[in-house]
Design a binder for this molecule. Structure first.
Ligand code: NAD
Length: 253
């Protein structure tokens, strides 16, 4: 166990699987107390249990980021039970069936915006006042390379991730003088359940996805976790408003 984040408290949403799970484990590995937040109670409890078994500190809370009361309770848990909130990784997100723009429907649009965009917005709305009380805090939101450019057949998802970057940059500038840093990570294709669900519908996707990264492979959740921890650390004290591609070179092609 490292000591980098000893006595610090971190919230991770979407922490029951994939990128969120890896990041929750990585925060705990560095000594932080982790609020493991997700709608998946069984898997979320298991992640918190795994952290405790490894000698770390964690508590699961069921939190649906589309419900303001859930988000409020998640932030209150950090403050009431652990006395502070240092870091928030607002990572919960969903994808949708791939389709061209004209084939999309309005309920899909509303659902994805509610989770991916309003979810991040609700989280920051509750986290920032708590951080302002101590003039200190670091927030990282999960966008995507789909938030940096076109994502054919994923236009609604792409729009949602562009919006996450807009929220991130605006909040970063608004609170820059208040000791709160706000950044986004922009992963390319990462080998998680989200990717595997998409690849199941079309096995060629796995091959295509690996080939789209100049490094020739998919990303690993731990590789995103490492960047999130860096963005939360004092080494990144001069870094705010950044939308950091973590993409094996994909956006450089
Ligand atoms: P995943 O599906 O493996 O895990 C997502 C987690 O979020 C799950 O545990 C799920 O239960 C939880 N979740 C879903 N809706 C929620 C809600 N309303 N409230 C709380 N939790 C909820 O996905 P992942 O690949 O780890 O993706 C995490 C984030 O990374 C998402 O925002 C996704 O858009 C983004 N992302 C993923 C990739 C990729 O290739 N996997 C690439 C770029 C960006």
């Amino acid at each position: 166990m490292g000591q980098k984040f000893e006595n610090r408290v971190a919230i991770v949403t979407g922490a029951a699987a994939g990128i969120g799970k890896s990041t929750a484990l990585a925060f705990a590995e560095q000594g932080a107390t982790v609020i493991v937040a997700d709608i998946d109670e069984k898997a979320g409890e298991a992640v918190a249990g795994q952290i405790v078994e490894l000698g770390g500190k964690a508590q699961f809370i069921r939190c649906d980021v589309t419900k303001d009361a859930d988000v409020e309770a998640m932030v209150a848990l950090a403050v009431n039970d652990y006395g502070r909130l240092d870091f928030a990784f607002n990572n919960a997100g969903i994808e949708i069936e791939h389709s061209k723009l004209a084939e999309g429907n309005e309920s899909e649009f509303d659902r994805i915006m509610d989770v991916n965009v309003k979810g991040v917005w609700r989280c920051m709305k509750h986290q920032i006042p708590v951080m302002l009380a101590r003039d200190e805090g670091a927030i990282v939101n999960t966008a995507s390379i789909a938030g940096l450019g076109a994502a054919p057949k994923m236009s609604i998802y792409s729009a949602s991730k562009h919006a996450v970057i807009g929220l991130t940059k605006s909040a970063a500038v608004e609170y820059a003088k208040k000791g709160i840093r706000v950044n986004a990570v922009c992963p390319a294709v990462i080998d998680t359940d989200m990717f595997r669900r998409a690849a199941e519908s079309d096995p060629r996707k796995a091959e295509y996805a690996a080939a789209m990264h100049p490094v020739g492979r998919l990303g690993k959740p731990e590789e995103i976790a490492g960047a999130v921890l860096y963005l939360c650390s004092d080494e990144a004290a001069f870094t705010t408003g950044v939308a950091l591609p973590l993409d094996g070179g994909a956006t450089s092609v």
